[in-house]
Design a protein. Sequence first.
Length: 220
Amino acid sequence: MKNSSNWLLIGGILLILAIGMIVMINTVRGITERALQPVQDTTGALGTQVASVFNPTPTVLADPITIIHEIRALSRMETVQYSIEKVITAETGQGLFGALFGDKLLFVAHGVVIAGVDLEKLGPQDMWLENGVLYVRLPEPEIFIATLDNDKSYVYDRETGLLTKGDINLETNARQVAEDAVAESALEDGILIQAGENAESYFSILFRELGYPEVIFVEE
């Protein structure tokens, strides 16, 4: 009976000691983790700083000084706008050693072309009445704007040779060619004809509202 009591006592003490050890281990672990946390944070911050050195984020700032070269009044009437997409291929060094020194890119250009008539060229001699009919000679339609939409234009693919970093001016050259190409495409599609027809349609309505029931547009 006494032995049983002793064993129960010993078992109780061992259980208490085991619980105490578990509590102490958890406490030490928490203290260690809290102690190492600043080191881990410092290591993470250092890694971020190192990454920013080797992969810097570009900063673009506009010069606060503005120089105005010219101001002039415009009387342009925009009558049509074309949105055009062209794929431009630009390349350099595509010869026998193209695999080593060549550079080639595909540029997807989204262009905007706006055309209309310049009303500053419209004078009193370009409008006259004959037998109740209003004759109007409108200025020749012209392209006012032919530019790229930079938000939609992008380099689709680029291949450079093994021993070159590429031509830094290649994309710039592709963009310049793209602007000319979208303007040429608009001309081939008849943008000036459409601009002239739209202008005549607008002025026909305007002159009729002003009391001229019959309007005839004449060519140069």
